[in-house]
Design a protein around this ligand. Structure first.
Ligand SMILES: Nc1nc2c(ncn2[C@@H]2O[C@H](COP(=O)(O)OP(=O)(O)OP(=O)(O)O)[C@@H](O)[C@H]2O)c(=O)[nH]1
Ligand SMILES: [Mg+2]
Ligand SMILES: [Zn+2]
Length: 290
């Protein structure tokens, strides 16, 4: 028996596919984990026992996780790239800000990719997010533009691609990989063609180091887990205001002498970001009252 370490890149029907850096080895998990109610996840760093004579190995140990996402169910993600189409479909800033807040909550690195620059440039939105302090990448998957910068951002990270359906996540990943690995096109078209779309999360290893996860359609984490009192911390450009409002427990939604609202009014903080904050704040409050 040989012991090897690796990363689970795919899990289907009780089998785990472990990337050891040299090969991908099909493994079963030791019954041990099931007894403890602990299931290996895609993204887990594991130790496997592997018999040279056998084609199958066993996952014998799971190393501690740095984080654990629920949807997609992936462990040890380090970064989220939120993809937005500059037009078609029109950007939904609330969805974008919600994804950003959920990623901030689990302390992921964040980059925002404004795709479809070949159709219509949306300089205003790009500026909003640059000013708020985000890494912004402008791309066109169709024209293969901005892909080198995207690759730099992806290098040596484990990245989930999130964003509404049709914004071009799979197209961008194909451009990064340099081949058609991911299925593109709108869901309805895919169904009409009767093509299989994957429902399992899978890590794809990048030739220049790192992994990516393509998540179909909209994806977000459980934002309702963010305590409403901490939501302001998930909006990085609010930071300088915290502690500067008249009320110590200011919610930054309606209060007088609120420093966040003051900075929205003088244009230092974007109005749309603050609107998303208010909507999310109310959503979290409501969900927690049930
Ligand atoms: N004009 C233009 N079209 C693009 C670009 N990127 C993607 N598309 C098109 O937009 C459509 C949707 O692209 P996908 O890559 O399938 O989008 P997705 O985000 O993966 O969508 P889901 O898998 O449904 O979540 C396809 O018809 C693509 O050809 C781009 O940069 N410019
Ligand atoms: Mg896709
Ligand atoms: Zn305030």
């Amino acid at each position: 028996m040989k012991e090897l370490s690796g990363v689970i890149v795919k899990g289907i029907g009780g089998f785990y596919y472990v990337d050891t850096g040299r090969d991908i080895i099909e493994c079963r998990a030791r019954g041990l984990f099931r007894k403890k109610g602990f299931t290996p996840l895609v993204g887990d760093r594991v130790v496997i026992s592997f018999d040279e004579d056998s084609v199958q190995g066993y996952v014998s140990e799971i190393l501690p996780r740095t984080c654990e996402l629920v949807r997609p169910a992936v462990a040890n993600v380090t970064q989220m790239v939120v993809v937005v189409a500059q037009s078609s479909p029109a950007p939904n800033l609330y969805v974008l800000d919600k994804l950003i807040a959920s990623a901030e909550f689990v302390k992921l690195k964040i980059a925002i990719c404004f795709n479809k620059s070949d159709l219509e440039e949306n300089a205003e939105i790009i500026k909003t997010y640059e000013d708020a302090g985000f890494e912004v990448i402008e791309t066109s998957a169709t024209l293969n533009a901005g892909i080198e910068k995207l690759k730099e951002v992806l290098k040596n990270e484990t990245t989930v691609f999130a964003g509404n359906s049709g914004v071009g996540k799979s197209s961008l990943l194909n451009a990064v990989m340099g081949r058609e690995m991911f299925e593109t096109g709108v869901v309805s078209e895919r169904l009409e063609r009767g093509k299989h779309t994957t429902r399992h999360s899978e890590l794809v290893s990048l030739p220049f180091g790192g992994y990516i996860v393509d998540t179909p359609g909209f994806s977000s984490f459980d934002v309702n887990k963010i305590p409403s009192s901490e939501l302001a911390l998930m909006f990085r450009e609010f930071e300088n205001s915290l502690g500067c409002c008249r009320f110590l427990d200011c919610s930054h939604t309606v209060e007088p002498d609120c420093d966040v609202i003051r900075r929205v009014e003088n244009g230092e903080i974007s109005k749309s970001r603050h609107e998303s904050y208010i909507q999310l704040y109310r959503e979290i409050k409501e969900a927690n009252q049930l």
